[in-house]
Write a protein that binds this ligand. Structure first.
Ligand code: KIV
Ligand code: ZN
Length: 523
């Protein structure tokens, strides 16, 4: 989509590409498709769905998103070489509006050390890549990697050449998050003034947050002529992340007086999409994160509370409802019954079939029994655990029991049912209760692996909070998917008992690994 309306900012979401490059944030194909649907409903203009040549999973994600999403441009990333572009074009074949995003570094350090070439050769390679991409699609975006540290004169020459070659969008990234808003704004102003054919392309900005200035730099770029902003949900992305969608969109809306720009974002979807991305990636949102953090609209000091009660705008510049934050006072208990739960889930935007609803209801009763009240964050976690699972479970954990303490040997017993209904009981001991549980599960399932990441967080406040565990395991024997080996699988689980949550997360990862193995054998 090119921005023909000068007051319209194109929102290019790269949660599924740059966002997914966050350490620890790997998503499965089905999870990516689920997020893509949510992004479409949110109203983003462009979804960068992945880097198709990088893995079979990325290829399949771009392919499925291209087939299923009709209201957004679907973009695939490539390096500036014919093979990458051929593969991206194939993955994008079903898209209603496909875009190939290709490019090369433009800073001295990238050209000399990463590409090991000369500026002239790099420029020629970039032009050839655009021409090759144009043989497949009309819409070609060109990234000038590390533009934030490039010689402006060279950047201008590259931009002019790739636009002449047919680039419809040119992306000016601050790849390392090095610039300040004044500098980045000046860089964009220079581009607008010194690239003679710049009016023939949409100018995009892509900022990283290494110095915490990604949103400020993006807005500075937009103030100086960019009409596409590249963003991610919750600011996910390489290293310290990318510019966060919610911050840019709400800054433009709240300070419409300054830039006068519109986006196509339905802001009431911001919070639910943020929660979905956090649940599926297992990447928590920091409580003080602007717009979507748990504390973003919490007023704790007496003076502030008094002010907000008298007049909301004394301390609130955004109405939480405008970004879809649910009314926090709505909590459910076991007495709320099916109708109350159904009503609340519908309010939160979940559409569940009867089978899914019953699973959620059973789990809701379990949680309500242990912690008396169940709030929105608990419900989101229950739905993620019971419904947002996109593979078939081979083994089901029926019971886990542990004994531990400072003078005892941590010991665990588990009861597991397989797909045929056979029940297995086993026990083991370990260095701690979680280790003991994982060893006992291993004795039943026998899928050799190593636990490479384990994190735990409380979903809500209080001693009775639900704990959420996210793990990654590395299988000893990798699964081959279309000629590429995969051996890391993530899992998640929640419970008011953190050892049980840990057991569920492990079962999730093992079931996911077994399902992938089964699928690989079948294909
Ligand atoms: O940060 C960056 O430069 C990128 C490009 C690939 C667009 O992510
Ligand atoms: Zn990036």
């Amino acid at each position: 989509m090119s921005s023909s309306d000068p007051n319209r900012l194109v929102v290019f979401d790269t949660t599924l590409r740059d966002g997914e490059q966050s350490p620890g944030a790997a998503l499965d194909v089905n999870e990516k498709v689920e997020i893509a649907h949510a992004l479409e409903e949110l109203g983003v203009d462009v979804i960068e769905a992945g880097f198709p040549i990088s893995s079979p999973g990325d290829f399949r994600a771009v392919q499925r998103i291209s087939q299923e999403i009709r209201n957004c441009v679907i973009c695939g990333l490539t390096r500036a070489n014919p093979k990458d572009i051929d593969v991206a074009a194939e993955a994008l074949r079903g898209a209603a509006r496909p875009r190939i995003h290709t490019g090369l570094g433009v800073s001295e350090v990238h050209v000399r050390h990463k590409l090991r070439t000369t500026p002239e050769e790099a420029l020629e390679r970039g032009v050839a890549a655009v021409k090759h991409a144009k043989t497949y699609v009309e819409d070609v975006q060109y990234y000038t990697e590390d533009a934030g540290r490039a010689e402006p004169e060279y950047l201008y020459r590259v931009l002019e050449a790739v636009i002449t070659a047919g680039a419809t969008v040119v992306n000016i990234p601050d790849t390392t998050g090095y610039t300040t808003p004044d500098e980045f704004g000046a860089l964009l102003r220079g581009v607008m003034e010194n690239v003679p054919n710049i009016h023939r392309a949409t100018v995009s900005v892509h900022c990283h947050n290494d110095l915490g200035m990604a949103t400020a730099n993006t807005l500075a770029g937009v103030a100086n002529g960019a009409r596409q902003a590249e963003v991610t949900i919750n600011g996910l992305g390489e290293r310290a992340g990318n510019t966060s969608l919610e911050e840019v969109v709400m800054a433009l809306k709240t300070r419409h007086d300054l830039l006068g720009l519109e986006t196509g974002i339905n802001t009431r979807h911001i919070y639910p999409v943020s929660r979905l991305v956090s649940q599926l990636t297992g990447m928590p949102v920091q409580p003080n994160k602007a717009i979507v953090g748990a504390n973003a609209f919490a007023h704790s000091s007496g003076i502030h509370q008094d002010g907000v009660l008298k007049e909301r705008t004394t301390y609130e510049i955004i109405n939480p409802r405008d970004v879809g934050v649910p009314d926090s006072e709505i909590v459910l208990s076991a007495r709320s019954g099916r109708a109350g739960l159904r009503h609340r889930l519908a309010e939160l935007g979940y559409t569940l079939d009867e089978g899914q609803f019953e699973k959620v209801y059973d789990r809701f009763l379990e949680v309500a029994d242990k912690k008396k009240t169940v709030d929105t964050r608990d419900l989101e976690t229950i739905v993620a655990d019971e419904v947002q699972i996109f593979f078939e479970e081979t083994y089901h954990l029926e019971q886990v029991q542990v004994s531990c303490g400072d003078h005892s040997i941590p010991t665990a017993t588990v009861r597991i049912r397989d797909a045929e209904g056979q029940v297995f009981c086993d026990a083991d001991h370990g260095a701690g209760p979680v280790d003991a549980v994982y060893r006992a599960i291993n004795r039943v399932i026998g899928e050799p692996n190593e636990l490479i990441e384990f994190s735990i967080q409380a979903v809500t406040e209080g001693i009775d909070a639900v704990g959420r565990v996210t793990i990654r395991i590395q299988a000893d024997e990798p699964v081959e998917e279309n000629g590429v080996e995969r051996n890391v699988f993530s899992g998640r689980g929640s419970d008011t008992d953190i050892v049980v949550a840990s057991a569920k997360a492990y079962m999730f990862a093992l079931n996911r690994l077994i399902a992938a193995r089964r699928e690989a054998q079948a294909s």
